[in-house]
Design a protein around this ligand. Structure first.
Ligand SMILES: C[S@@+](CC[C@H](N)C(=O)[O-])C[C@H]1O[C@@H](n2cnc3c(N)ncnc32)[C@H](O)[C@@H]1O
Length: 217
């Protein structure tokens, strides 16, 4: 109980000592929570700020996001794009498209963010760009496939980030006590750990973010 209380206080303190959420992101966050029962999927202020900061550090020319949802993380990631840079984002649920488009427009990012509607498995192979930053945040059972599909599209020195790699802490449980998604994430984490072409860091922020840096082809 004491730990939970401390954890809530630390979360509040961390948010209070992080730059304020952009007004457009605060509106999108609120509207997503009002309109969607699955709003927990949205990155939120702290993780969004983290993605935005990492993007500013990398200054990518081209970003690929797998899993748009209502567009929150796409707007965050796009803040760090180089002048003339582009972010491609893929979402399978066509009902989400209008809401994401509305807020991407409000954020003034219409010319920078390209929305794709359909399955990422089908769309990724059709993209001809090289991506210096990829954010994997869609169905957990396909993380390993997404990793393989994007790997050759990322140059040496480029980055792949993947969300939910702690899967609500389930990854540390014995496998027979894990859900199917947690097992898929565990398998993804082992695949990353065994890959000699990369360096990687698991950041225990929110639900866990894996950061992969490609060091050889
Ligand atoms: C966790 S949400 C993304 C959250 C978003 N990146 C953010 O931080 O605001 C995952 C999204 O992936 C989408 N998705 C699931 N399977 C997919 C697939 N095969 N191809 C593309 N998108 C998919 C879901 O519909 C959902 O909107």
């Amino acid at each position: 109980m004491k730990t939970l209380l401390l954890s809530k206080q630390i979360d509040d303190y961390t948010e209070q000592h992080t730059s304020a959420e952009l007004p457009v992101l605060a509106r999108l966050n609120r509207q997503t929570n009002l309109k969607r029962g699955d709003a927990v999927m949205l990155s939120g202020h702290l993780q969004g700020s983290f993605l935005q900061m990492v993007s500013h550090m990398i200054r990518p020319k081209c970003i690929l996001e797998i899993g748009t949802f209502t567009g929150y993380s796409a707007i965050c990631l796009a803040q760090g794009l180089q002048h003339g840079g582009r972010l491609h984002t893929i979402e399978i649920d066509e009902e989400l498209q209008d809401m994401a488009t509305e807020y991407i427009g409000e954020a003034g990012l219409n010319d920078k963010i390209i929305q794709h509607t359909g399955s990422a498995i089908d769309i990724i192979p059709t993209l001809t760009e090289s991506f210096d930053m990829v954010f994997i945040d869609a169905d957990k059972s396909n993380y390993e496939r997404y990793y393989d599909l994007v790997f050759d599209k990322v140059p040496v020195g480029g980055y792949i980030l993947a969300d939910n790699v702690l899967y609500d802490g389930e990854v540390v449980l014995p496998e027979d006590q894990q859900t199917k998604n947690a097992r898929a994430i565990g398998s993804f984490n082992r695949k990353v750990k065994a890959d000699k072409r990369i360096e990687h860091l698991l950041v225990p922020m929110r639900d866990g973010i894996m950061i992969v840096r490609k060091i050889s082809g």
